[in-house]
Design a binder for this molecule. Sequence first.
Ligand SMILES: [Zn+2]
Ligand SMILES: [Zn+2]
Length: 95
Amino acid sequence: MDGDVGWGHRPPVVLRCPRCGANIDQPGPRADIDCPRCVAEFSHEDFPELEVEYFVCPVCGNQMEHGQRHPQAFDVPEWATCHNCRYHWEFKHSY
Ligand SMILES: [Zn+2]
Ligand SMILES: [Zn+2]
């Protein structure tokens, strides 16, 4: 199976700006989050407070499906999967 595990290998995401509703690209887990439309700026540490629109598959560029396995334990997505090329990312090993 093709994929990655761990936050450090997280695929790019598109977030929703809480001020203006624009989409913000975050190319990696440690990248700053700067809105292209308004003055909103966030650190990567603010990620859990922002709304994820979708993950971007690092292999084929498609939008990925994402979700949580333990919503009480984590406030970030724990998996993302690409239905086009079957790339899969996990926050951590499930075993
Ligand atoms: Zn904005
Ligand atoms: Zn893909």
